[in-house]
Design a protein around this ligand. Sequence first.
Ligand code: FE2
Ligand code: FE2
Length: 139
Amino acid sequence: MDQARAIETLTYSGAISQALAREHQTITNAIELISEAVLSGAPPTTVECLLDMLVTFCEGHFTSEERYLNDRGYRESRSHATAHEDLLRLCRAAQSLGREGLLGYTGEISFLLRSLRSHIDNFDKPAHASIDLASSATA
Ligand SMILES: [Fe+2]
Ligand SMILES: [Fe+2]
């Protein structure tokens, strides 16, 4: 089963945490793909296209994740949403530079990719673990 179908199936069956975890895998895979494209000297239009897909995917993911955290009363959901806004600002800045042909691959892209990876490790994983722990304690 491909990743998009797995995410859709998990979401519609109510396994939101698992769907979001799959989305994190998708984001991580996209980050690796963009990194490889940059390192292999792919044309700027290719990198920009991949970046556009990543940003669109992240917008949807952030919305779903914020709803998930809010619905479960996660105490740090506001600061988590602020971190998402910061990431989207970085994404859009990189997109703007790309459209103007000014994207410095060793600068803006690597910073954006590191920031996304760091967010998953330092914000998402602890948030999801906290919710999983709270729901297993009440089960
Ligand atoms: Fe997040
Ligand atoms: Fe996330």
